[in-house]
Design a protein around this ligand. Structure first.
Ligand SMILES: Cc1ncc(COP(=O)(O)O)c(C=O)c1O
Length: 485
């Protein structure tokens, strides 16, 4: 099937602003001069900056066109599994841009920073309550940074008891950053194989957990989108051998207000505010990976910590066992403000409902695409579901071909080839913010792509067809990025 080029309704031939400029065009009009003309200071020599002359409409159309070539959660569904790319209510942006917050400097005296300190203090309390843990630090700047902080806390705690130990158990369904964070802290990761149900088996943990193992790092819900149903039994085994349980809570969007992590036996947990608590993310923008801990680990939390004294908020460094600072100043405050605003506007019932809807939406997709795509773990899922390209293998169509084609249908591709336990994985996380109509459209599109795979595989090999850039050499794009054209 051939399509005429340029049938996307978008203009792709957009020159640089310098090429667009024409002498004499302008995007401003100044009021008539009512003072005497003055010569320019003769010490100011040389030409002015090389800026093009442009009209207002030239500039506006240029940037709007560029934005149309890109995909965003504001323009469509972004079902990137393990990333929780949900729509972020604009009110949270507005609150973080309030001049009192946006203009606050971290070196301001505490007497002039009471508002932001109060917000941080209360956000710590809310996150502690939502997770069921005992204390929280907001300092880490991302999920992986939270993991490293958590590992440092475990190291410091175990060292205070005698020895920090040298190994850590990491299940094959953990997020890829987990073993990296453990290594950065000096721990050797010991892989743990999940069972045929896609979750941890207590017997396997029992065999591996020895006196030199600091504990286990579990992602729950795990990267198959499954709840670790044996987590309590696993935690009991780890604790009985003197270890600690770390939970990667970046998938908290599935269980807010539903699961008490402390009661599951978790000692240390990180959250991704930029995933669960409404900050735009992707593209390397600022994040926030708070770490919540059980009481016994609180003395080791990073400093400074926000405290209250006689109704005033202050920062205290007076924690002799602290692991120290993990971020300049106090962390990424703009992300914290958005999270605070999100939590306040949702309330406890709203957060719980969001998780219930996130799970319902993923389950709906799983049930509707089952049979069209191979479902390796046919079990109730949490916030995401994982398919594979096994049923498309006979047509020589791969996961990559199909998700590239999905871009032509107006959707961002899901996460692919992850988790590694599923060859050719397609990991779909719709989130709670999608309507049934949009999810149905996604399902229809995926089914249409499966039909194309059977009938016109060549079409998928050539996808995407309607984007500014066609299929990229992704390795070259990562290794030798060309950022100018
Ligand atoms: C389960 C899980 N853990 C950890 C991370 C790492 O978070 P970050 O990218 O903020 O470092 C992610 C990121 O997507 C994740 O999905």
């Amino acid at each position: 099937m051939k399509e005429t080029p340029g049938t996307t309704g978008l203009i792709f031939n957009e020159p640089l602003l310098w090429e667009k400029g024409k002498t004499g065009r302008t995007a401003f009009s100044l009021p008539r001069r009512d003072v005497e003309r003055q010569p320019v200071d003769k010490n100011l020599k040389g030409n002015g900056p090389d800026f093009p002359d442009l009209s207002e409409v030239d500039i506006v159309r240029h940037y709007i066109r560029l934005s149309q070539w890109n995909f965003s959660v504001d323009s469509g569904m972004y079902p990137l599994g393990s990333c929780t790319m949900k729509y972020n209510p604009k009110t949270n942006e507005r609150q973080s841009a309030l001049p009192g917050f946006a203009m606050a400097h971290p070196l301001l005296p505490k007497s002039l920073s009471q508002g932001v300190l109060q917000l941080m203090y209360e956000l710590e309390q809310y996150l502690t309550e939502i997770t069921g843990m005992d204390a929280t630090t907001l300092q880490p700047a991302a999920g992986a940074h939270g993991e490293l902080t958590g590992m440092l806390l475990i190291y410091a705690y175990l060292k205070s008891k005698g020895t920090p130990r040298s190994k850590i158990l990491v299940p094959d369904t953990a997020h890829g950053t987990n073993p990296a964070s453990a290594s950065l802290c000096g721990y050797r990761s010991i892989p743990v194989k999940s069972n045929e149900r896609g979750v941890l088996s207590p017997q396997v943990v029992d065999e591996l957990m020895d006196e030199d193992t600091a504990g286990i790092m579990v992602t729950n819900p795990n990267t198959l989108g499954l709840f670790e149903e044996n987590i309590k039994a696993v935690a009991d085994i780890v604790h009985a051998r003197g270890g600690l349980v770390y939970c990667d809570g970046a998938n908290m969007n599935a269980v807010m207000g539903i699961v008490n992590m402390r009661e599951l036996g978790i000692d240390v947990l990180h959250l991704n505010l930029h995933k669960t608590f409404s900050s735009p993310h992707g593209g390397g923008g600022p994040g926030s990976g708070p770490v919540c801990v059980r009481k016994e680990l609180e003395p080791f939390l990073p400093v400074p910590r926000v405290m209250t004294k006689r109704g005033k908020y202050e920062l205290s460094e007076d924690f002799p066992d602290s692991i120290g600072k993990v971020h300049a100043f106090y962390g990424n405050v703009g992300v914290m403000i958005r999270a605070y605003s999100y939590i306040m506007s949702m309330g406890p019932d709203g957060l719980k409902k969001a998780s219930q809807l996130a799970v319902l939406n993923a389950a709906y997709i799983k049930d509707n695409l089952k049979g069209t795509f191979h479902l390796p773990y046919d079990r109730p899922c949490m916030h995401e579901c994982v398919f594979s390209d096994k049923l498309q293998e006979p047509y020589k169509v791969t996961t990559l071909d199909m998700v590239k084609r999905l871009m032509d249908y107006g959707f961002h591709p899901p996460t692919i080839y992850f988790p590694l336990v599923v060859p050719g994985a397609i990991m779909i996380e719709p989130t709670e913010t999608e309507s049934k109509e949009d999810i149905d459209l996604f399902i229809e599109s995926m089914k249409a792509i499966a039909k194309e795979a059977r009938e016109h595989p060549e079409m998928l090999h050539a996808a995407p067809r309607h984007t500014r850039r066609r299929r990229l050499d992704e390795t070259a794009a990562a290794r030798k990025p060309c950022l100018s054209g």
